[in-house]
Design a protein around this ligand. Structure first.
Ligand SMILES: Cc1ncc(COP(=O)(O)O)c(C=O)c1O
Length: 470
């Protein structure tokens, strides 16, 4: 492709993107293809000769799009969103165009310095502790792994990096509701999954601090070394909020690393009315949230903050000859702030998003999203065949279908059927969780381009599909 051909096809591709977004509502939210359907349409061998760009775009429409679940569809209410937005998309295009490898300051000073500044902006926007140091990780899973590796090194005074675990028996604590990325990080960090202690939760599915303290004391008695506690703000199942200030107190008492995973909900700390959840953050050792979830910034972009920068760097630093630079020590070389050596220029899309929306623009979109969930909660409460399963927190409703004329023993099956019908309809995509052993449906109103008409539509679909079951 020559540069002039690139210009032409680039315009065509931007037109393709604009058409995709303006007609997305005609597509089923969740892909309806069967396993293997897409695979079988892709030739077994690559083309020997160059193909026309128009043929590639045509195949994109006919072979790929039918197999896509449309995360940017305004009727996407599943999981937590992986939001894009137009400024973010444009930022990603420029990142791809620059195609810089931002491992150290010297390999792109602007990338390192914009990243540093964006982390300062986020701290200011969300009133996070001034003493924290920020870096962009790819995902929350990576951020949590970085946190647990730092905790491991902090606990062993950097001896495990040097000599391995030896006879040490470390323990990590989190609630039974935390995300599976904690389990994964414990496994990878060599701590051993049997040393991940799942703490009971209270009636709101938040960590029971009494049980945490008892478990720590019992472990110390039995010769274990408590290494880290992971609190979650906004659990994936129901948005439960662990009591961070009380957990921080326990961590301080026993000298344990305290990591807070606010992957989804952290974006809401842009809103002063939710900043009370950040109480106790001053003593938190590491913290993360994903702008790629509810801050309209393309996947992947996870903001990671740490109190002790030196511990982080000491855990990850490497210094082969070819990476020695004259600027070392005067600048941030982010290859030492996490796992990857090669790093994308992720700060650029964040810069585009924050500037294009403005802080107040981001805030008003989030408040609108919370209002949408409030409306659905009212609808559920007003309908005799539905009930809220846990109190709504922000923009997630967790509910179930529970018609009075049906034996409650059948509710699980009924809700499974209802969810399947909604998702098969193509008009909305929701997912489920289990609360107290019961199968329940969760609905998140957070898609970037969600409007009232879509919210009214999803409620209509839920009611219509429930009526069809009986
Ligand atoms: C609370 C929580 N933590 C961590 C994760 C993992 O996020 P990521 O996909 O960025 O690794 C999720 C994903 O939804 C989550 O809900």
């Amino acid at each position: 492709m020559t540069i002039e051909e690139f210009r032409k096809h680039g315009h065509e591709t931007v037109d393709w993107i604009a058409d995709y977004y303006s007609t997305i509502e005609k597509l089923p939210v969740k892909s309806r293809v069967q396993p293997g359907e897409i695979f079988s349409q892709i030739p077994d061998s690559p083309p020997d000769k160059a193909e026309a760009y128009s043929t590639i775009l045509e195949d994109l429409n006919t072979k790929i799009i039918p197999g896509m679940t449309h995360w940017q569809h305004p009727n996407f209410h599943a999981y937590f969103p992986g939001n894009s937005s137009f400024p973010s998309l444009l930022g990603e295009m420029v990142t791809s165009a620059l195609a810089a490898q931002c491992m150290v300051w010297d390999t792109s000073p602007a990338a390192a310095e914009l990243e540093e500044k964006m982390m300062l902006w986020l701290k200011q926007m969300m009133n996070l502790p001034k003493s924290w140091h920020g870096v962009i990780q790819d995902t929350a899973s990576t951020g949590t792994l970085v946190a647990l590796l730092s905790a491991r090194e902090n606990t062993s005074r950097h001896d495990i990096n040097l000599n391995g675990f030896g006879e040490r028996k470390f323990r990590v604590y989190c609630s039974s509701q935390t995300h599976s990325s904690i389990d994964k990080a414990v496994k990878i960090a060599g701590i051993g999954i049997s040393n991940l202690v799942k703490i009971d939760t209270d009636q709101n599915l938040a960590m029971d601090v009494k049980h945490l303290k008892q478990s720590i004391m019992k472990d110390i008695d039995q010769g274990f070394t408590p290494c880290a506690v992971v609190s979650t703000l906004g659990t994936t199942g129901t948005m439960a909020m662990d009591p961070v200030p009380e957990i921080a107190e326990v961590c301080r008492e026993f000298g344990i690393w305290h990591h807070v995973d606010a992957a989804y909900v952290g974006s809401a700390f842009l809103l002063p009315e939710y900043q009370h959840y950040t109480k106790g953050f001053e003593t938190v050792d590491s913290y993360l949230f994903n702008p790629h979830k509810w801050m309209f910034t393309n996947f992947d972009c996870s903001a990671y903050f740490v109190r002790d920068r030196d511990c982080l760097i000491k855990t990850f630093e490497i210094l082969p000859e070819y990476l020695k630079t004259r600027s070392r020590g005067k600048v941030n070389d982010y290859r030492d702030w996490g796992i990857q050596l090669g790093r994308r220029f992720r700060a650029l899309k964040l810069w585009f998003v924050i500037r294009d929306f403005g802080v107040s623009g981001l805030q008003s979109k989030m408040r609108q999203h919370i209002g949408f969930s409030e409306w659905i909660e009212d609808k559920i409460n007003d309908h005799s065949d539905f009930e809220m399963v846990v109190p709504r927190i922000m923009n997630m409703v967790v509910f179930r279908y529970c018609p009075g004329n049906i034996d409650p023993d059948h509710y699980d099956k009924l809700n499974e059927q209802l969810l399947d019908r909604i998702n098969q309809s193509g008009s909305a995509y929701l997912t489920h969780t289990k609360v107290s052993g019961n199968y329940v449906i969760r609905l998140v109103t957070a898609q970037t381009y969600l409007e009232w008409k879509h919210v009214e539509n999803v409620w209509k679909v839920i009611v219509e599909e429930s009526e069809k079951i009986l």
